[in-house]
Design a protein around this ligand. Structure first.
Ligand SMILES: Cc1cc2nc3c(=O)[nH]c(=O)nc-3n(C[C@H](O)[C@H](O)[C@H](O)COP(=O)(O)OP(=O)(O)OC[C@H]3O[C@@H](n4cnc5c(N)ncnc54)[C@H](O)[C@@H]3O)c2cc1C
Length: 393
């Protein structure tokens, strides 16, 4: 029997992980088309944080199922398993406990810790306004670009092909079936399956077919702060009191990102034309938060700033689905700011959906990730959301 021809549009973490999973499981005609260079979209800007701390069980489980891949690759992807903590004030203490209980219930290694233990782990941290904290020992951070390139290498080793600088102009259909893609060069590539893993740009590719994928491009600004002294291996922190997240970046430097998704500086933007530096207002605001939380830094200074763009559906959760409306067309996009940590398991899930017809993990029901949920008003949201932190957790 002739092999099924699969075209994956997008050479970021998600497209490459899908290509890797399909090729590893015997699909021997997989082609990835990337309009620029591999990992040049959201992937190249990722903070690379690894954690399973989510309020939506299926999202937490996708992240948890990805941890062994991070651990197995270790230094190859710069994985530093420093652990991950969430710290909250009074307003979020109950939600934190409920989320940790849910995570433990599905097998995730995470626990509540008392503030004294947090202070011992994090000697430079101000903890007087922290009411409750959790710790996930297998969390940490890694290099998203290296993980994407790893997926690309494995996919190629198993026979997949990758073409860079190859923009797809449109998806081709015949009746209600996808038949391939047309490149901006005019070249037509036929396929039995077209998988759209094009981040924010997926919206346009689907829109051309009359399919509505509600997804905004959300700009997020990051600061690199020099602490003024070498930093030991400190756990990654999601600080839901000050609404920031922080991790060590190299020797003595510190990466600081925003967890305040209502903040005015976080605007919906054109993802092909946005400022790659943080505004003065952001620098001032973030620096104030850092100095409040880490008064132990002897001589902090901002060394540089940059910005990236999240692909954000209305509930900040992805669509991962062979679409009902067009046979042979699968969408895997809308990972907002959390696609890195779950990318290994997302590739496996798409392979399950295409090769087995369903998810093989009962904690990850495929129905959670349907496109139709937006039109039906049945958003995928956490039962225990955090005050002020939007839908990110
Ligand atoms: C600033 C920032 C920080 C983040 N931090 C974290 C974090 O700490 N932890 C975490 O888990 N996640 C994080 N994320 C999210 C994570 O990085 C993304 O969810 C993930 O990288 C998305 O991968 P992707 O493959 O879906 O999209 P992308 O990496 O954007 O890949 C899509 C690719 O499709 C290509 N493409 C688009 N249109 C076409 C076309 N027509 N033809 C061919 N190719 C096309 C693009 O060029 C792009 O390379 C962060 C993201 C950002 C922006």
């Amino acid at each position: 029997m002739a092999a099924r021809k699969v075209v994956v549009v997008g050479g970021g973490l998600i497209g490459l992980s899908i290509a890797r999973a399909l090729a590893q499981r015997g699909s021997n005609d997989v082609l990835v088309l990337e309009r620029g260079l591999l990992a040049s979209g959201g992937t190249g800007k990722s903070s690379g944080i690894v954690r399973a701390h989510y309020g939506v069980p299926s999202i937490a489980k996708l992240s948890w199922n990805s941890v062994p891949t991070m651990e197995a690759l270790g230094a190859e992807i710069g994985f530093r398993q420093v652990g991950y903590s969430v710290i909250v004030g009074d307003d979020n203490a109950e939600a934190l406990e409920a989320n940790i209980a849910m995570q433990q219930g599905i097998g995730i290694e995470a626990e509540m810790i008392d503030v004294d233990r947090l202070a011992r782990m994090w000697p430079l941290m101000e903890t007087s306004d922290v009411s409750a904290a959790s710790f996930e020992p297998r969390g940490g951070f890694a290099d998203a670009t290296q993980l994407a390139l790893h997926f690309g290498r494995v996919a190629r080793d198993h026979g997949a092909r990758i073409r860079q600088n190859t923009p797809v102009a449109r998806i081709l259909t015949s009746g209600d079936k996808a038949t391939g893609v047309e490149l901006t060069s005019g070249e037509v590539i036929e396929a039995d399956d077209v998988i759209v893993a094009s981040g924010w740009w997926s919206k346009q590719l689907l829109g051309d077919l009359g399919l509505d994928f509600p997804c905004d491009a959300y700009r997020s600004e990051l600061l690199i702060v020099d602490a003024g002294q070498p930093l030991p291996d400190l756990p990654v922190v999601s600080d839901l009191v000050s609404l920031q997240y922080c991790r060590v970046e190299g020797a003595g430097q510190f990466l600081v990102g925003n967890s305040d998704h209502d903040a005015a500086e976080n605007k919906f933007v054109d993802p092909d034309h946005y400022s790659n530096v943080a505004s003065d207002t952001t620098v001032e605001k973030y620096a104030g938060k850092v100095m409040h939380r880490f008064p132990g830094f002897p001589d902090p200074s901002v060394t540089h700033t940059y910005a990236g763009v999240y692909d954000v559906p209305p509930d900040w959760n992805p669509v991962i689905q062979p679409l009902a409306a067009v046979q042979g067309l699968t969408l895997a996009a809308g990972f907002a700011g959390h696609g890195f940590k779950m990318s290994p398991a997302v590739g496996d899930l798409v392979a399950d959906l295409l090769l087995e017809g369903d998810s093989t993990d009962p904690d990850i029901p495929a129905s959670d990730f349907r496109l139709e949920r937006f039109a039906e008003g049945r958003l995928l949201t956490s039962p225990h959301p955090y005050v002020g932190a939007g839908e990110m957790r």
